[in-house]
Design a protein around this ligand. Structure first.
Ligand SMILES: Cc1cc2nc3c(=O)[nH]c(=O)nc-3n(C[C@H](O)[C@H](O)[C@H](O)COP(=O)(O)O)c2cc1C
Length: 215
């Protein structure tokens, strides 16, 4: 590397302090299905989700219909779309299952949508251990129950969002992402849809595995 190239590389990696409005560094999109009071099914697109053991923890704004349903009924299905489904997700990005659209959402174009399955062009499939159905097109689907929803206080004291801990009871996966004859998801064939600073991405090629990988 010549002197100028070395200087440019050091300059490119020099950290600068910034104040971004969002911190969405890149997490998978989850379509959360929950039961509305009238027995219909809601879909809430989320990306603030992570798994540890049999738990999946969700970060949900308090004004969403999905978290209200989850806290009332206690169950949800976590449906993980592939990158091919990003436009289906985006079709319901400005939809809420809440009849009275919160003013901050209405101001940016959110509307009440009773049937998000129709709008997203996605299909319900019955769950085995919970009431909310799964989304057939999503290659990976978890049936889960709520363990605890912890309110996180907003500026005026009311909860701005909830941190919801769920326990996964059953896992379903499309056959073509499962290693034949095993319970392993093949990470070379399963590709999550990532939400990175509000843009949708797939993932690149497999870079290698950690020492705990089972397959
Ligand atoms: C890709 C994507 C990711 C999102 N991630 C979250 C999230 O992690 N938490 C959250 O509360 N809202 C998130 N939203 C916004 C919710 O989808 C929105 O609040 C919506 O109103 C939820 O639907 P509901 O009100 O019917 O529950 C996300 C939206 C999109 C399109």
């Amino acid at each position: 590397m010549n002197c100028l190239a070395g200087w440019r590389e050091r300059e490119a990696r020099e950290p600068i302090t910034i104040t971004p409005k969002i911190l969405y560094f890149g997490t998978p999109v989850v379509l959360i299905t929950t039961m509305n009071l009238d027995g219909s099914v809601n879909i809430s697109p989320m990306s603030s989700a992570w798994a540890l053991g049999d738990r999946v923890v969700l970060g949900c704004t308090a004004s969403g219909q999905g978290i209200e349903n989850l806290m009332r009924q206690g169950e949800c299905a976590l449906n993980f779309p592939s990158p091919a489904l990003w436009e289906n997700v985006e079709r319901i990005a400005r939809a809420t299952g809440r009849r009275e659209v919160p003013s901050d959402k209405a101001a940016i174009g959110y509307e009440y949508v009773a049937d998000k399955f129709a709008l997203a062009e996605l299909t319900q499939t019955g769950s085995e251990t919970i009431a909310p159905p799964r989304i057939a097109e999503c290659p990976l689907q978890f049936e889960a129950e709520l363990v605890e929803a912890r309110p996180s206080k907003g500026p005026e004291g009311q909860p701005a969002f909830y941190i919801a801990e769920t326990r996964v009871k059953r896992v379903h996966a499309h056959r073509d992402i499962v290693v034949d004859g095993t319970d392993h998801i093949d990470p070379a064939r399963w590709e999550p849809l990532l939400y990175v600073f509000r843009h949708y991405f797939g993932t690149g090629a497999d870079l290698g595995k950690t020492f705990k990988a089972q397959y």
